[in-house]
Design a protein around this ligand. Structure first.
Ligand SMILES: [Zn+2]
Length: 236
């Protein structure tokens, strides 16, 4: 089954141009194989390079805004964990090690949720996760259950052509987009949640885990978005 999957995501790339939806479905399949450590790294890198090249080509004309949108509605950069963004630790991170990855090439952004019900304690409402930039949903997980050992829980990966980067939004409660959905900056992706092996635990305050991976030489490399997040436009 796994090999059929690998055949499906790799073979036809060279043969004809494919729709963006199909490319994104293939990217999602690849991302899942990498996440679950079910694909050889060299093969995965090869397929990644080919897919991302095609996705880049197909999305290069997407309109984009000059300003970033802060990814949690009603919140601001002061809710980013760690003093001055010190929660960002990219050393030894490798996307291709999947769920087993080391380090934390990410910022955790916390919401007011003392009773851990995913509702904002003041507004008594779920809190929207917004797309920072324009882009296309290249991978997502819509479900997660408490017996799963997956760390990301319910997540969305977006490829942004203007940034030439992948953005990863994890631990969501629900998501409102699908693989292949084209989004503008500020688009509601879902709501902040507590899904994922560690995010679900009592000791973890409710937060969004946000990563940015620049695509350099067609491979993903962690990029610290802290400075740009601090200048992002906040949506009330
Ligand atoms: Zn995190």
């Amino acid at each position: 089954m796994r090999f059929l999957f690998i055949w499906w995501i790799s073979l036809p790339i060279y043969l004809f141009s494919q729709s963006i939806e199909l490319l994104c479905k293939k990217f999602d399949s690849l991302n899942t194989l990498i996440r679950d450590q079910k694909i050889d790294t060299a093969i995965a890198k090869n397929i990644f390079r080919n897919l991302i090249t095609s996705i880049k080509e197909q999305t290069k004309h997407l309109p984009y805004a000059s300003e970033w949108i802060f990814p949690i509605q009603g919140y601001s950069p002061k809710y980013i964990g760690g003093r001055n963004g010190e929660g960002y630790i990219p050393q030894d991170y490798d996307y291709f090690t999947g769920n087993n990855h080391k380090a934390h090439p990410a910022h955790d952004i916390f919401i007011y949720d003392l009773n851990q019900d995913c509702l904002d304690d003041v507004k008594k409402q779920y809190v929207n996760v917004l797309s920072i930039t324009e882009g296309v949903v290249v991978a997502c997980a819509k479900e997660w259950d408490t017996t799963s050992t997956l760390r990301g829980g319910i997540y969305v990966w977006i490829y942004s052509p203007s940034e030439e980067a992948l953005f990863y939004y994890a631990h969501l409660n629900t998501i409102q987009v699908d693989i292949g959905t084209v989004v503008h900056s500020g688009k509601v992706l879902g709501t902040v949640g507590r899904t994922g092996l560690n995010a679900y635990k009592k000791r973890s305050p409710t937060h969004l885990h946000l990563s940015m991976l620049s695509v350099k030489d067609n491979l993903p490399v962690p990029q610290n978005p802290y400075a740009k997040l601090c200048r992002a436009k906040c949506v009330p």
